[in-house]
Design a protein around this ligand. Structure first.
Ligand code: ATP
Length: 305
């Protein structure tokens, strides 16, 4: 209903702003129902997403003319596997997720799911197949129940509660003044980064998508929350086709394959062990993060003693 009351130019503004952020993609499609720049073909098919296998085939992409962002990117995510993408800030990691979600169309090459070009399927069937756990979840100014149920609006209350339990947020919700009816979001109760991420996880568990996109938070949660969230993510990713955008290499050491991006190109690929053996950029990033972790531990021990 919201769009009926919002002036169109304002929607355009919101759309452009939010388009920059992977975090809000799912939310945005609920607001606008469809992306006006990306249209379904008249003969668009329903995506057959069962056991989704994803293939990026020689993808080139730019947001604006004269500034190419992705260069000849090809990779596979076999059904049920987890592929992690790492690389410096701005190397193009989130762009891969935006293209998979078909927020934009590629300039050349193609993206296939089970051999269907994503430009040939309905946007609705494509997005129903995907769940995103974003870096920074933006909650609706509505009840926490609504914020979880929005993953699958027709879900029963029992299913919503079960999803919240799986995401380890149910007990917390029970302590809130109005429990599941507590209003959260900008104008309601503010939740911590970890709590918001759990809401996103509960929403995704409820949606039960075949394909998962995880955008790891850059701002570190405290290490206990971080470990628990990582364990939950691992559990829901089991047997689903998963694209993980990672900032901390320690969270993706057991990914089936790791892609290392640099300035829009995949420069290395392999398992954690294979990439360490190559002794290239990944090995350097690993060493740097290891040193940082040692430094942080020393600092923490100094603070404690
Ligand atoms: P980070 O680790 O900081 O999240 P990233 O590797 O995910 O970075 P992307 O968000 O994919 O990087 O961005 C790749 C490049 O595309 C960057 O140079 C960025 O400035 C540019 N870019 C991203 N979104 C847009 C946009 N909507 N319009 C124009 N350029 C964009």
């Amino acid at each position: 209903m919201l769009q009926l009351y919002m002036p169109l130019h304002f929607l355009g503004f919101v759309y452009r702003e939010i388009k920059h952020s992977l975090a809000d993609m799912e939310r945005m499609f609920t607001l606008l129902e469809e992306n006006k720049e990306i249209q379904d073909k008249s003969e668009a098919q329903i995506l057959d997403a069962k056991n989704a296998a994803i293939h990026f085939d020689h993808v080139n992409f730019s947001y604006e003319p004269n500034r190419q962002i992705l260069f000849d990117v090809s990779f596979d995510i076999p059904a049920g596997q987890n592929i992690a993408v790492v690389g410096h800030s701005g190397s193009g990691k989130s762009t891969l997720a935006r293209l998979l979600f078909r927020f934009y169309d590629v300039q050349s090459g193609c993206i296939l799911i089970n051999n269907q070009d994503i430009r040939d399927v309905t946007q609705q069937s494509l997005r129903t197949a995907m769940g995103i756990v974003p870096q920074d979840t933006v909650l609706f100014n509505d009840s926490i129940y609504y914020n979880i149920a929005y993953g699958r609006p027709e879900a029963t209350a029992d299913e919503v509660h079960a999803a919240a339990k799986s995401a380890h947020i149910h007990d917390f919700i029970e302590t809130l003044p109005e429990k599941y009816e507590t209003i959260v979001g900008e104008r309601g109760l503010k939740l911590s980064g970890g709590e918001k991420q759990r809401v996103a996880i509960a929403r995704t568990i409820l949606k039960n998508p075949v394909i998962l996109i995880f955008d790891e938070a850059t701002s570190a949660l405290d290490s206990n929350s971080e470990k628990r969230i990582q364990a939950e993510l691992k559990r829901i990713a089991k047997n689903r086709t998963t694209l993980t955008i990672a900032h901390r290499l320690s969270t993706i050491v057991d990914a089936d394959q790791i892609l290392v991006m640099d300035q829009g190109r995949i420069i290395e690929r392999g398992t954690h062990q294979q990439l360490l053996a190559i002794n290239g950029q990944y090995a350097r990033m690993w060493e740097l993060q290891r040193q940082e972790a040692i430094h942080q531990n020393v600092q923490q021990n100094l603070t404690i003693s």
